[in-house]
Design a protein around this ligand. Sequence first.
Ligand SMILES: Nc1ncnc2c1ncn2[C@@H]1O[C@H](COP(=O)(O)OP(=O)(O)O)[C@@H](O)[C@H]1O
Ligand SMILES: [Mg+2]
Length: 255
Amino acid sequence: MSNQKGGVGKSTIALNVAGALSERGNDVLLVDLDPQGYLTSGAGYKDRYTEEGTNLADALKAPNEHTVAELTIPHNEFDFLPANIGMFTLEQDLVSAMQGRKRLKMLLENVTGYDFLVVDCPPSLGLLTDNALLACENLLIPAEAEDTSIRALDLLFKQVDSLEDNFSDASINEQAIVVSNVDYPLDSEQRGMLEWFENQFSEFIPVFEVRNRAAIKRAWNNGHSIFGHEEECDMEDELLSIAAYFEDEARGDVE
Ligand SMILES: Nc1ncnc2c1ncn2[C@@H]1O[C@H](COP(=O)(O)OP(=O)(O)O)[C@@H](O)[C@H]1O
Ligand SMILES: [Mg+2]
């Protein structure tokens, strides 16, 4: 999940797409790569964010000395790899390090037992986002139905191009857009932007729409996706469609 703009729904979509993949029977590892750790506290692991002891920052500094298994927490919907406050200084440490953009790829390379890895990115186009793009190579873009998304997506696509130029073995696929937190009734900006997403992208990749729902927020506040929450939500079908789409794409990769 990547979009360097903050507040566009990355963490919310990450949690709920992970939940939807799990609901459809997949084994999922959800990774919080944002040093701010919102998803980590959202998933109910606030303590782990500040806890001393081996954490994701250490593992990204020395990926060959750590395993994902020693860092993951079992959540009732998926396994969870929490962010840690130590990740704030990580970008500086990695900038001049060897393979500083491939640390997450190195850490995740030998992970087995999952059908899907879902990585929530920080709200910046820094080194951690580069790590996520190079490790996953499949990009789901949450974006708001706001004019500012036009420039945000342009910058994100330029970053993808530049990574592919610098890493000849990298091939990063923009898989889908999720227009997030859409509020009905639509105002003219939202309506115009939904048309823009449709015109720009739907010929190439699917454009999903997840509407603003209090139930999504309540599930988050309880540490769950809407699939792990007792309350019904009419966005479940759209999230399950996103999950099904990624299953199809993954099958295509295997074939
Ligand atoms: N579909 C939605 N329904 C209700 N609230 C949402 C929805 N999507 C996002 N939000 C809210 O919008 C805010 C920003 O979302 P968040 O997922 O944290 O964005 P990001 O990770 O891109 O910074 C949060 O308060 C979140 O609860
Ligand atoms: Mg976030």
